[in-house]
Design a protein around this ligand. Structure first.
Ligand SMILES: C[S@@+](CC[C@H](N)C(=O)[O-])C[C@H]1O[C@@H](n2cnc3c(N)ncnc32)[C@H](O)[C@@H]1O
Length: 670
C-alpha cells in the first residue's frame, strides 16, 4: 500500500451542487458530456435526454438535439432500451454437468450473456472484483450473436435448441451482413453497461481487443465507465513473427483495455515482481536476514530535470566522486546509505574514475516482498502457450487460439491502489470460450491457498459439423469450456492428493487424524455449478411481447390459474426465486422440516422458502417464531382461503411491530 497524503482542507463551504453532480456522475457516468456554451467554450454538461433514458423514460433521443461530444451510431437508442428491458428468463441448475454442486461457489452459466447479465443484476450488484472479457473482435470471421431488437427470449431458446427442435441458425457477420461496426457496437454496449453495475467500487475490468474495434471500444468504455476511470490500454505482444505472406506491418500485438469502476485520486498500480526481475537479486550482505538478497543500480542519473541539490561530491577512500550530472538521491539520504553499507563503489582502471551504485533489496522493511511496476507493454506470454495450456487436457485442437493461462494470471495479479484479486473475491468472464479464466483462477488458488471464485458465461454456440470439436463429440463451445474445467479440477485434485501423500510419507508426525490425504479434508473449492438460461418457471413472469395477439394473452391468463410450469423441479423454482430475490445462486441451501412441511433455508436461514402445495396456520406461526429476513411461499398454497392469508399477513405484521424497520420480516407469495 502506498502511504497517502492527507486530503487538503479547503476554506470554502460544502458545494452541494458539485457533490450532487459528483454523485450523479458516479451513478451515471455516461450522461456527462461535453457541449459548447453560449460563449463557444467547451463545458462539461449533463445530457438530460440520456439521463431520462437511463431512468427508463425515452424521448426522441438523438433527434432534435444539440451537437455534442460523444459516440453515436445507428441503433444506440435501441441498445439503451434493451438494457432496460427486464429479463423474463431464469437460470436452471444442472446437477449432472456440475462438480460438487452442493458446496461449490464457482459458476458456469450457459446462455446469451446479455440475458444472463440482466439476471445477475440483483444478486451480484457491486460484488465482482474483476471482470475479464475476450469478446469477438469483429474480424469478419467470427460469429456475433445478433441482438436484433425484435428478438426475444424465444429466439435464444430456439437457437439453443430448447424449443422447436434443432436450433435456429444465424449467419456469421461476414456473410451478407458485412463487417459493420454498428452490429458490434450494439452487441457490446449493453453488455458493458450491465457489467459495470456488477463491479465493486474497487473493481476493474480488462477487455481483450484488436485493431478492428480498439478505437470504438475505448470510446464506448469512456462513456460507460467514465473517461477518468481509464487505467491503461495495454499492448500485448502475442507472437514473435508471422508468415511470409502477411502484408504490410507484421501484426504482433493486440490490446487489453483496463478501466476501473471508480478511480480514487491517489490510485496507483503495482504487480508482483516477475520471475525474471526477481532473478536479478542474487547478492548478499549483512542485511540479508531482514531484507533478503540485493541487486545494484547506478546512483547517478543524466535526467533532464536539473536539480542543483542533487549535485554534490560523495567521499570514498579519501576521494571525491562527482556524478556525471546529478545523483538520484539527496545528500542526507546518500550519507545514511553510506553509513548502512547500502552503496557499492567500483573503480574503472581505463577511465581512472569511480562509479557509485545503490543496493536494492528484495524485501521491504516489514519483510514483505517488494512489488514491481507492470509496464503497459506485455511481451508474451505468446498465443502458442495458450494452445499448449489447452493441449494439456485435450489431444485435439478443439478450440482455436485460447488465451494463455499466464496472461490471465498476470492480469489477476495487477494491484490497483494496492488491492489485487485475492481471498474470496469474485472474478467474472462473460465471453468464456474454452474457460481459460477459470483455469487461471484455479491454478492461482492452488498456488496461493486462496478461494477466488469465478462466474463464467458462455453461449452454447454450436460447433460446426466439420470442426475438430464436433468430431471429438463437443456439440457446443460451452460443452468444451465445461469439460476443460472438469479436467483442470481433476488434475488439481490428483496433484494435491499426491503431494499430501508424499508429505505424509516424509514427515508422518505432522499429520493428525483430521489431515488424511485420502479424506475429503482438502479445503480448496474444487467444483463448479452449471446453470442454464431458460424461460421462467412461473407463467406470469414469462413476460409477453406487447405485440402478442389478444387470444394468446387470454390463453396465458387462463394458464395463471395454475401458474407454475409443470416440468419445473422444486430446485428449478428455488434457483429462480434466489435470483429474483437477490440471493446468490451459490448461497448455502439446507432443507428443513417445519411442522411437517419441507422448507428451504437459504443463507443460514435468511430466506425461508416453502414450495409445498399447502401452508397452514401452524407453519406460519412457527416461521414467524424463527424470524427469517424473508419468507416466501406459493400463493396457491393458501387454496383461496383469504382468511388464512390475511392471518398470515397479520402474524408477520404483529411481529414486525416489535422490530426496527431494517430488521423486519418480509413476507411474499408467488
Ligand atoms: C474469443 S472467444 C473467448 C476465448 C477465451 N478467452 C478463451 O481463452 O478460451 C469469445 C467467446 O465468446 C462467445 N460469445 C459470443 N457471443 C456471446 C454471447 N452473446 N453470450 C455468451 N458468449 C458469447 C463465443 O462463443 C466465444 O466462445
Amino acid at each position: 500500500m502506498t502511504i497517502q497524503d492527507p486530503e487538503k482542507m479547503t476554506g470554502t463551504s460544502f458545494d452541494i451542487s458539485a457533490e450532487n453532480r459528483a454523485q450523479l456522475k458516479q451513478l451515471f457516468p455516461s450522461v456527462f458530456t461535453e457541449t459548447k456554451n453560449d460563449k463557444g467554450e467547451l463545458d462539461e454538461s449533463i445530457d438530460f435526454e440520456k439521463l431520462k433514458a437511463e431512468l427508463g423514460t425515452f424521448s426522441d433521443l438523438f433527434e432534435s438535439r444539440r451537437e455534442r461530444y460523444g459516440m453515436d451510431w445507428p441503433g444506440k437508442k435501441e441498445a439503451l432500451r434493451l438494457i432496460q428491458t427486464p429479463s423474463a428468463a431464469t437460470l436452471k441448475p444442472c446437477r449432472e454437468e456440475s462438480v460438487n454442486f452442493d458446496t461449490t461457489e464457482n459458476l458456469f452459466i450457459e446462455g446469451d450473456n446479455l440475458e444472463v447479465l440482466k439476471l445477475l443484476q440483483k444478486s451480484y450488484y457491486g460484488k465482482v472484483k474483476m471482470i475479464y472479457i475476450d469478446p469477438p473482435y469483429n474480424t469478419g470471421n467470427e460469429f456475433i450473436y445478433p441482438d436484433d431488437f425484435t428478438e426475444n427470449l424465444d429466439t435464444y431458446l430456439e437457437y439453443a435448441g430448447l424449443i422447436n427442435g434443432d436450433g435456429k441458425k444465424f449467419s456469421t457477420s461476414n456473410t451478407n451482413e458485412g463487417r459493420f461496426h454498428t452490429n458490434w457496437l450494439n452487441m457490446i454496449y449493453p453488455r458493458l453497461y450491465l457489467a459495470r453495475n456488477l463491479l465493486r467500487e474497487d473493481g476493474v475490468i480488462f477487455i481483450s481487443i484488436d485493431d478492428n474495434e480498439v478505437n470504438n471500444l475505448r470510446k464506448i468504455c469512456d462513456e460507460v465507465f467514465g473517461e477518468e476511470n481509464f487505467i491503461a490500454e495495454l499492448v500485448w505482444q502475442k507472437k514473435t513473427g508471422a508468415g511470409a505472406k502477411s502484408k504490410g506491418f507484421i501484426g504482433l500485438h493486440e490490446y487489453v483495455l483496463c478501466f476501473a469502476k471508480l478511480i480514487i485520486p491517489t490510485w496507483d498500480i503495482a504487480a508482483p515482481m516477475s520471475e525474471k526481475t526477481k532473478a536479478m537479486y542474487t547478492k548478499k550482505d549483512e542485511h540479508f536476514a531482514k531484507l533478503g538478497p540485493f541487486a545494484t543500480w547506478p546512483l547517478d542519473t543524466t535526467s533532464m530535470d536539473e536539480r542543483t541539490n542533487l549535485r554534490f561530491p560523495i567521499f570514498h577512500q579519501g576521494q571525491e566522486i562527482w556524478p556525471r550530472k546529478q545523483w538520484l538521491w539527496s545528500k542526507s539520504r546518500v550519507e545514511l546509505a553510506q553509513q548502512e553499507n547500502k552503496l557499492t563503489f567500483n573503480y574503472n582502471d581505463k577511465t581512472a574514475s569511480w562509479s557509485v551504485r545503490f543496493k536494492g533489496y528484495l524485501f521491504e522493511e516489514n519483510g514483505e516482498e517488494k512489488s514491481g511496476k507492470p509496464t503497459s507493454v506485455m511481451i508474451g506470454p505468446y498465443t502458442q502457450e495458450g494452445t499448449k495450456d489447452f493441449q494439456k487436457y485435450f489431444d485435439r485442437d478443439v478450440f482455436p487460439f485460447p488465451k494463455p493461462v499466464a496472461l490471465l494470471k498476470h492480469l489477476l495479479s495487477i494491484q490497483v491502489e494496492g488491492v489485487e484479486v485475492s481471498g474470496d473475491d469474485i472474478v467474472m468472464d462473460f465471453f468464456a470460450g474454452s474457460g481459460t479464466t477459470a483455469e487461471a483462477i484455479l491454478q492461482l488458488n492452488q498456488e496461493t491457498d486462496q478461494n477466488i471464485k469465478f462466474i463464467l458465461v458462455q453461449l452454447p454456440e454450436p460447433c460446426s459439423n466439420d470442426s475438430e470439436a464436433f468430431k471429438a463429440g463437443y456439440k457446443t463451445i460451452s460443452d468444451i469450456g465445461k469439460e476443460r474445467i472438469r479436467r483442470v479440477l481433476e488434475s488439481i485434485d490428483t496433484a494435491t492428493r499426491k503431494k499430501l501423500e508424499i508429505d505424509k510419507n516424509k514427515s508422518p508426525e505432522l499429520f493428525t487424524a483430521d489431515i488424511e490425504p485420502s479424506s475429503e479434508k482438502l479445503t480448496m473449492d474444487l467444483g463448479f455449478k452449471v446453470l442454464k438460461l431458460n424461460k421462467s418457471n412461473f407463467k406470469q413472469w414469462q413476460k409477453l411481447d406487447p405485440a402478442t395477439p389478444v387470444e394468446k394473452i387470454e390463453e396465458q391468463l387462463s394458464l395463471h390459474i395454475d401458474h407454475i410450469d409443470h416440468q419445473a423441479t422444486p430446485e428449478d423454482l428455488l434457483y429462480e426465486i434466489l435470483l429474483k430475490t437477490g440471493f446468490k445462486p451459490t448461497e448455502k441451501i439446507e432443507t428443513r422440516t417445519i411442522v411437517g412441511t419441507k422448507v428451504f433455508s437459504v443463507a443460514e436461514g435468511a430466506l425461508l422458502l416453502c414450495l409445498e402445495d399447502t401452508v397452514t396456520k401452524e407453519l406460519i406461526d412457527q416461521i414467524a417464531e424463527i424470524e427469517p429476513m424473508q419468507f416466501i411461499c406459493l400463493d396457491s398454497a393458501f387454496h383461496s382461503n383469504d382468511q388464512l392469508k390475511a392471518n398470515a399477513v397479520q402474524t408477520f405484521a404483529a411481529r414486525n411491530m416489535q422490530k426496527e424497520k431494517h430488521n423486519q420480516i418480509i413476507f411474499k407469495t408467488i
